[in-house]
Design a protein around this ligand. Structure first.
Ligand SMILES: [Zn+2]
Ligand SMILES: [Zn+2]
Length: 511
């Protein structure tokens, strides 16, 4: 039951009259419970004040048998308790400043509301959602300005006029769908709705008034039911740069049901996320991230050998990325130690060294004319070389080696030593004189000197007679008729060592 219908024009006139002229229609103030009211000209009730402290409030549809059709100017403006309010279907008008800055959270507008006047709900910052009835035709100036908490708004299909700054600074709004009935979006109606990103408008729209979407910097999509030509014929007032910057999706069909088909537009790799793009036939699309796969490393252990170092290789089977770790040094045959001479003779030397772990054998070298020449290969750690010259200095070196897969690997470094063969056995002659014996001998190669010995019985003890560089000696003061044994031994010194030649005894009976 509507006692009154209001056209846009009359509504605007009414707003102006109420702003500029103090109440003129008041007949008499009555009370009904917590309400104060008046009966207005058409015989219906306007609630003029609420004195209660309810948090949830159902506005009655009738008072004293008369329909409640108006909520009066400032009627709840001083109330700070009502959070949830329901209006009866009989309510047609909510007048200016009626709920300004009230802590309202939920509003049921009923099904008969036609007109919301200026500043009616401005500053109601706790409201999160508004659903206006189909009957609503006018939303007045600044009616919901500064409703910061407002996140969603649903308009009815009779709404024609959205007043100046009606939803300005509703920073919680992200999308707004305007019904087909809206032809004008008022000056500054959504100004500074800084999170508004999309709007849906019909081809019936004639004018976006100046400042309507000023400072809506996030506005990027406009879904428009009309054609591009129709869109271009809309009057757009100044300071609506966000409208010019947004993408307009023409021929938008509000009944269209998206059917998104995904396509990999950027494949994910081991290290970078990919992109799956979902596109509808309407060309709307969105993307999803395909998480990067991460490397799939295959591990190969390459052991160290005598040819190359060892390591563990990690190679990604997806992208080929590769790295190495767990380095192992190349295997080497150790350097020989304790290389020394064991024995020498006039024609031979015997060499030895400490056993090298893992060695297959040893290679012995002799310096010949300033060059190392391989002279022997042994499986054991000793080497005998014969057929040498007596009383001669030789230089030897040794390397260990190891045979792996038919290939020999040698110590990188090698020790060397100097040695000598012994002097040769001395050839000497004995000749007896009176109570004396003359000993003569020939020089022996490499001898540093000679030692002459004597003994008086075959099994007696050798007595050193003399050490000399000469090649002869006369032993006197011997006893006539007695037999004596003599020998001459060559010796050679070098490198702090003495090399002694072999010797044989000869006997003679003294005259
Ligand atoms: Zn679609
Ligand atoms: Zn990879």
């Amino acid at each position: 039951m509507k006692a009154k219908t209001i056209s846009i024009l009359t509504a605007i006139i009414m707003v102006i009259s109420m702003v500029t002229i103090l109440p003129v229609m008041t007949v008499s103030a009555e009370t009904y419970g917590d309400y104060e009211y008046t009966v207005i000209e058409d015989g219906t009730v306007e609630i003029t004040k609420y004195n209660g402290s309810a948090t949830t409030l159902d506005i009655p549809s009738e008072i004293d048998g008369k329909a409640v059709t108006q909520i009066g100017k400032y009627s709840f403006a001083s109330n700070n308790t009502v959070k949830n309010i329901s209006f009866p279907d009989s309510l047609e008008n909510i007048l200016e400043y009626a709920f300004e800055t009230c802590p309202l959270k939920q509003i049921d507008f009923g099904n008969g509301l036609e007109y919301i006047s200026v500043y009616a709900f401005s500053g109601c910052k706790l409201i999160e959602s508004l659903t206006f009835p189909e009957s609503l035709e006018v939303i007045g100036w600044s009616a919901f300005e500064d409703c910061y908490g407002l996140k969603s708004v649903t308009f009815g299909n009779k709404l024609k006029n959205i007043g100046w700054y009606a939803f300005a600074k509703c920073t919680g709004l992200t999308t707004v769908t305007f019904p087909d009935s809206v032809t004008v979006i008022g000056d500054g109606a959504f100004a500074s709705c800084s999170n508004l990103s999309s709007i849906y408008v019909s081809e019936n729209l004639i004018s976006i008034n100046e400042w309507a979407f000023s400072s809506c910097h996030k506005l990027k999509d406009i879904y428009y039911t009309g054609t591009k030509a129709q869109w271009n014929s809309i009057s757009v007032g100044r300071s609506n740069q966000p409208i010019s910057n947004a993408a307009v999706h023409y021929n938008y069909d509000p009944n269209h049901v998206h059917n998104f088909i995904g396509e990999i537009t950027t494949p994910a790799t081991c290290t970078n996320d990919g992109i799956m793009t979902y596109t509808c036939t309407c060309e709307e699309s969105y993307t999803e991230t395909i998480p990067k796969t991460g490397h799939n490393y295959q591990v190969t252990v390459v052991p160290a050998t005598y040819d190359h170092a060892g390591y563990t290789q990690h190679a990604c089977s997806n992208c080929g990325d590769c790295y190495k770790d767990n380095d192992k040094e190349m295997l080497v045959v150790p350097t020989v130690t304790d290389f020394k001479v064991v024995a020498t003779s006039a024609q031979a030397v015997k060499l030895t060294c400490k056993k090298v772990a893992g060695a297959t054998g040893y290679v012995f070298y002799r310096e010949v004319s300033g060059k190392w020449t391989r002279v022997g290969v042994t499986k054991t750690n000793s080497y005998y070389e014969g057929k040498l010259k007596s009383g001669t200095t030789y230089r030897y070196a040794v390397k260990a080696y190891r045979t792996e897969n038919g290939k020999n690997y040698y110590s990188a470094k090698f020790p060397s030593l100097w040695t000598s063969t012994n002097p040769a056995k001395v050839n000497f002659t004995l000749k007896s004189g009176s109570q004396k014996v003359a000993i003569k001998w020939t020089k022996v190669r490499g001898a540093s000197g000679y030692i002459v010995y004597m003994k008086t019985s075959a099994n007696g003890k050798w007595l050193k007679i003399k050490t000399t560089n000469d090649t002869s000696l006369i032993k006197s003061e011997l006893i006539k008729g007695k037999t004596y044994w003599f020998t001459v031994k060559a010796y050679r010194t070098g490198g702090g060592k003495t090399y002694n030649g072999a010797f044989t005894a000869k006997s003679i009976k003294v005259n």
